[in-house]
Design a protein around this ligand. Structure first.
Ligand SMILES: [Zn+2]
Length: 183
């Protein structure tokens, strides 16, 4: 296997990258590490390499785990939303459940009673929001309609433009902000 500590920037393909070209220089983990090292030297674009990893190696966030104040309530909301976004039900146990998309899954766990009083606040340290890819502006508008039909609070009034992206923000039952965004 390639020793990625000795990788030079010339060994990593530069953008524009041809997605049809087989890419066998690194194993995914090595690429990530090598990219970070080289990026530190200013030789290569970190975001490009992250995208490269996802496209070439199927590497995405492994999982996210969220604690919720009321598991039943969260399950109703997130089962609908994640199913709607193409996730599939993955795990289920007395105190939690998860949904999976490709190699990445999101876990929801009932918070322990001892910590129940410490309410989540997205403006405090920690998670502010979760964002999901939307395939089109129409998809954003459609989801916004479905959200309002379900009585889900939509933030900032309605979907909105932000540069080249189009997005809608809304809240989960614990007021975790969720974003559905194009681009
Ligand atoms: Zn965002």
């Amino acid at each position: 296997m390639l020793d990625f500590k000795k990788v030079s920037s010339s060994q990593i393909p530069k953008a524009p990258y041809d997605p049809a070209t087989p890419f066998q220089l690194f194993e995914a983990k090595s690429l990530l590490t090598a990219s970070r090292q080289i990026n530190n030297a200013g030789a290569i674009n970190w975001r490009f390499n992250c995208r490269l990893n996802i496209e070439r190696m199927g590497i995405v966030l492994h999982h996210v785990e969220l604690y919720v104040s009321n598991l039943d309530r969260s399950q109703v909301f997130w089962s609908w939303l994640l199913g709607r976004l193409g996730y599939v039900h993955y795990q289920e146990w007395a105190h939690g459940f998860s949904f999976k998309f490709a190699d990445s899954y999101i876990v929801f766990v009932q918070v322990d009673e001892r910590y129940q009083a410490d309410a989540y606040h997205r403006k405090h340290v920690g998670l502010n929001h979760l964002a999901f890819h939307a395939p089109s502006r129409q998809a954003v508008d459609l989801l916004a309609i479905e959200l309002s039909q379900r009585g889900v609070p939509i933030l900032y009034g309605s979907p909105s433009e932000d540069g080249e992206s189009y997005k809608v923000f809304f809240e989960d039952p614990d007021r975790i902000k969720v974003e559905y965004v194009t681009g």
